[in-house]
Design a protein around this ligand. Structure first.
Ligand code: MD3
Ligand code: FE
Length: 203
């Protein structure tokens, strides 16, 4: 039973918990083919979150800017295919939130260790503004910051825990958001870190 977080944003608590073992195996298979790395922002800062991608397009950042790329800049090879279990989870959650024909073409995998954070930002590199973003959280819980349309709007705080899935569509799609520094901890299945997987429709 979903909870509304904001206009167009739905939290499905524990939606993926029963499938967590298979989803974690899928995430690890992607990481084996396209290792996690700390990307550099256009401003020259190394991100504290380690990232990789799967699917037709992957999000990349370097001194030249942010963009979606069909290839991994570290190898020049296409990103690994989106594992069907991950893709099906995103499609299923989107359908439950009222988006019946969701076809994500990008999947960004973020790994947080204690202290890692993501500062307030908007996701606006995707050309398909009508499609939602679906996010899956696994492992240690995080404090998610959900702001407004302006960076200065005071963000609301939500806890995202193991197995939680959120569908961000409609007016919530372009709000400023971020993640507070991850607290130390240990998760029985995932260990000392958090994964967040976001599904996007770019083209
Ligand atoms: C709301 N990731 O990868 S997931 C990101 O926990 C990102 O790693 C965070 O923000 C994380 O870009 C938050 C939830 C999320 C993702 C994208 C959104 C919320 C969003 C886009 C628009 C509005
Ligand atoms: Fe984001």
């Amino acid at each position: 039973n979903p909870q509304p977080l904001a206009d167009g944003a739905w939290l499905f608590p524990g939606f993926a918990r029963a499938d967590a073992t298979a989803l974690l195996a899928a995430i690890h298979s992607v990481i084996e083919a396209a290792p996690l790395r700390h990307m550099v922002t256009p401003g020259g800062h190394e991100m504290s979150v380690a990232m990789t991608n799967c699917g037709p397009l992957g999000w990349v950042s370097d001194a030249r800017g942010y963009r979606y790329s069909p290839t991994d800049p570290q190898t020049g090879q296409p990103w690994p295919a989106m594992p069907s279990g991950l893709r099906k989870l995103a499609i299923h959650a989107a359908e439950r939130a009222g988006y019946p024909a969701y076809e994500p073409d990008a999947c960004l995998i973020n790994r947080y260790i204690p202290g890692a954070r993501m500062s307030l930002h908007q996701d606006k590199d995707e050309r398909d503004a009508a499609a939602p973003i679906v996010s899956l959280s696994l492992g240690l819980p995080a404090t998610f910051l959900f702001g407004g349309m302006k960076r200065a709007d005071r963000p609301q705080r939500y806890r995202l825990a193991h197995g939680d899935v959120v569908v961000w569509g409609g007016p919530s799609r372009f709000v400023f958001h971020g993640v507070a520094p991850l607290a130390q901890g240990h998760h029985l299945d995932v260990g000392g870190h958090r994964f967040n997987v976001t599904f996007r429709k770019v083209t």
